[in-house]
Design a protein around this ligand. Structure first.
Ligand SMILES: Cc1cc2nc3c(=O)[nH]c(=O)nc-3n(C[C@H](O)[C@H](O)[C@H](O)COP(=O)(O)OP(=O)(O)OC[C@H]3O[C@@H](n4cnc5c(N)ncnc54)[C@H](O)[C@@H]3O)c2cc1C
Length: 435
């Protein structure tokens, strides 16, 4: 039987890697470059499309703990992320091109993985399929998924922040530093006085936006609101959000009125992504409004902010806890299309689907999952358990893992470490190969 992983993104490469490691031959379908999404820009597998940050490395941070567990389960994405790391304090930030090239090179050289560069539109019941086509799943496949699952796909809209050419920034008006954090500052800050802020704010709320039917009727993911949408909530909304002027040692005596921030995109500091500036302003308006921020008067925008469609299925209704569809045991899902939210979470779900399919094909006995002492185990549970309210995408957070209010983070970390080690060892004894 053919084993097909559809989509060579962060989840798809983890699934293919896990199966290959375990001696299972797989076809990996990737439609790029033959057919591009409206966000991806390269032919590489595992292209990271927006921020270059895999977020915190600290275990006290949920994403840090998730990464620790993924590391123990032999994550290809993390292995290559560490090899392409760009210094960013406590955060794991990557050089996106180096990262994607490393992953692509690795998968291309893997004899068990056959990369097929074409858009997969149909799903055959005679093959085992793992759909990992992400938030920008092609329309033909989306339509077929809806048919197969007998449910319409859900969707919401998300937005990208602009990236600025570092050489076009007037650095004299900026400073490097992290809000409230000690250590080396790697974030570029743009302080503004009251007059500058108010001018920027007034132009922002009145700027021309790209019209989008669904967005205009208010379908947003609350954690990823466009900057102009936050601004609409009041004159100070941005000063309590992405432009808050607090936590900088440089300004003990004289606090700026607002501080915009930008994250370096590469180790060379030659381009910067504005933080929290997701937007659907028209391109010309982005140029005009951003130039009102001191330091960005002559900014050259390398990539404009845009809105995009984010497709995900109603997982609790259609999947069991193994990311397997309830009505077809040979059809699995992985990645953001299941409703996990974020690069790291998508890769994590790819690891789990890879492990599930490996156990199934190697007949290792009853399929085992990491338990609820782990961040990854709780994420799976959230995604596949029927919610009380409407199902919403979810990223890792300590709320998922806590059993009692009073539990200390150190205890949760310890419990996760013990549990993931036991899981790995149990799997290994049953014949699953890691590393
Ligand atoms: C614009 C945008 C901005 C984002 N910003 C962030 C961010 O800043 N931080 C963050 O953590 N997450 C962000 N995300 C979410 C991010 O996409 C996911 O977290 C992650 O990339 C999802 O991984 P995935 O493997 O599920 O999908 P992807 O990485 O998107 O991979 C899916 C792959 O499937 C391919 N494909 C699609 N349809 C087909 C088909 N029919 N046949 C063959 N191949 C197909 C695509 O070309 C793609 O390569 C953003 C997403 C988008 C779209």
């Amino acid at each position: 039987m053919n084993i097909n992983v559809i989509g060579g993104g962060l989840a798809g490469v983890e699934v293919a890697y896990k199966l290959s490691k375990n001696g299972i031959l797989v076809n990996l379908y990737e439609m790029r470059p033959q057919k591009m999404t409206n966000v991806h820009q390269t032919p590489y597998l595992a292209e990271v499309v927006c921020s270059n940050s895999f977020k915190s490395k600290e275990l006290r941070n949920a994403k840090g703990l998730l990464k620790y567990e993924m590391d123990r389960l032999d994550s290809l994405v993390l292995k290559m992320a560490y090899r392409s790391e760009v210094p960013a304090g406590k955060s794991l930030n990557i050089d996106r091109e180096k990262f994607a090239k490393l992953i692509t090179g690795y998968i291309e050289n893997d004899e068990n993985i056959n990369i097929i560069r074409e858009e997969k539109k149909d799903i055959s019941e005679d093959e085992l399929n793992i759909i990992a086509t992400g938030p920008l799943t092609s329309e033909a496949l989306s339509a077929n998924i809806s048919k197969i699952l007998n449910k319409g796909s859900l969707y919401f809209y998300d937005a990208l922040s602009p990236i600025i050419d570092g050489n076009s920034i007037d650095k004299e008006k900026t400073f490097y530093g992290l809000r409230y954090e000690k250590g080396e500052g790697k974030i570029l800050n743009f302080p503004m006085d009251k007059e500058e802020y108010l001018q920027f704010y007034n132009e922002l709320i009145n700027a021309e936006k790209v019209k989008m039917k669904d967005v205009d009727s208010g379908i947003y993911f609350e954690a990823c609101l466009p900057v102009e949408e936050i601004a609409q909530r009041g004159e100070d909304a941005l000063r309590f959000g992405p432009l808050r002027p607090v936590g900088f040692r440089e300004y003990i005596d004289h606090k700026p009125y607002a501080v915009a921030q930008a994250r370096p995109e590469t180790a060379l500091y030659d381009s910067f992504e504005l933080i929290g500036f997701q937007t659907r302003l028209t391109f010309s308006e982005q140029k005009r409004v951003l130039s009102l921020i001191p330091g960005l008067e002559k900014a050259k925008i390398i990539r404009y902010g845009i809105m995009h469609r984010n497709t995900y299925i109603n997982s609790p209704e259609v999947l069991n806890k193994y990311f397997q569809t309830k009505n077809n045991k040979n059809l699995f899902f992985a990645g953001q299309i299941t409703g996990v939210e974020g690069y790291v979470e998508s890769a994590a779900s790819g690891i789990i689907t890879g492990l599930v399919v490996t156990q199934m094909l190697k007949s290792t006995g009853e399929i085992q999952l990491p338990d609820e002492s782990t961040m990854i185990g709780n994420l799976i549970k959230y995604i596949t358990t029927l919610p009380e309210k409407k199902f919403q995408p979810m990223s890792s957070n300590y709320g998922l893992i806590k059993r009692e209010k009073k539990e200390k983070r150190e205890d949760l970390i310890e419990r996760s470490k013990i549990s993931i080690e036991k899981y790995r060892e149990d799997q290994r004894k049953r014949g699953v190969i890691f590393d």
